[in-house]
Design a protein around this ligand. Sequence first.
Ligand SMILES: C[S@@+](CC[C@H](N)C(=O)[O-])C[C@H]1O[C@@H](n2cnc3c(N)ncnc32)[C@H](O)[C@@H]1O
Length: 371
Amino acid sequence: VPRFYASTSFGLSAPLADEIRDLGIKVHELDTLGCSFSGSWKDAFKVNLYSRLATRVSLTVLEFPAYTTDDIYNNLKKHDFTRYSTVDQTFMVSGSIRDCAIRDQRAVTLKFKDLIADQFRDKFDRRPDVEKMTPDIRFSIHGYKNQYHASVDTSGVPLTRRGYRRDAGEAPLKEHLAAGILALSGWDGQTPIIDPACGSGTLLIEAALKASKVQPGTFRKSFSFQNFTHLNDEGWSDIVNEAIEGEELEPKKMFFGFDKDKKVLFSAMENAKRAGVEDWIEFSRDRMENFAMPEELESPGWIITNPPYGIRMGDEFFLEELYKNFGFHLKQNFKGWHLWLLSGKPEITRHLGMKSDRRYPVKNGPIECRL
Ligand SMILES: C[S@@+](CC[C@H](N)C(=O)[O-])C[C@H]1O[C@@H](n2cnc3c(N)ncnc32)[C@H](O)[C@@H]1O
């Protein structure tokens, strides 16, 4: 049974594992950046198509101990790496090492690259080109305490880039992180959500996609596994058709976004249109300190938001005021609502004047945040 690894951002491994289990797939181990699972190729296709939280799915092909770069080469030799692509397609190798006898990471990836080139040359008298930015296929090797594992990426362009977002405001959330916030919050997929600092709208668009059961992979034109020369269709078209049949496209106006910036709201609307969920979301210009309760709403819903937290210096005083007024507004006018807030700065969140019942650490790119 093939063994795969789904990657995500720090803080999202547990909800990612839940997502994979919900697809009926057996999850093995979780670590800080993802989880391994085993299943058929069909299962790996499904994770690529359905997962909202994964950034990539790779196939683990070899695991071995190594102390020298020759060990690396000789162990990699045991697998035929020519089966994933043709000699006319490009590839790249990435890698990382931690606490290993081999100190030079580049020497490790170089050996891997040489081995792939040698295998192709032996078979075809020619080798494929290396392409660092947009390779057709990506291989990777990771070493920890002299234990290495080599893998082949099945996804291609990271899964987080759904394709509906072209215009992003300042500091947009990546799509998989927005979906991860929704998953961690425990939102039921049916209750209305307001994002009062919605920026380019990622949180609300991801929420609308989830509510309408549109699977994130259906936006993509291609996945790396479609290049794999040793695979046939393996049921891929059935999986896609089934996903599309499951969509519930009848719109319900249940997502409301506010931002003070007119330009960014325009991008949000364009993004929502490209995602096909513009009828689910209402975007209006307003401020998070005094936005009006949408008239459509009869009972309390959820506020899920990623307000500015000023990584630049000098904003502090302004932010303290903003959070204080936001907290005041919510306490006055949004009794009974749930609030989930992603913050990169606990000393600012304090000014909301509210106590949290739950916190989750998550990383937004390089920034350590708390939800
Ligand atoms: C960190 S960004 C949100 C990014 C968003 N999650 C996305 O994916 O694009 C913060 C947003 O808050 C908006 N903002 C700043 N001050 C505001 C205020 N007082 N009221 C409403 N929005 C505000 C900014 O214009 C910006 O778009």
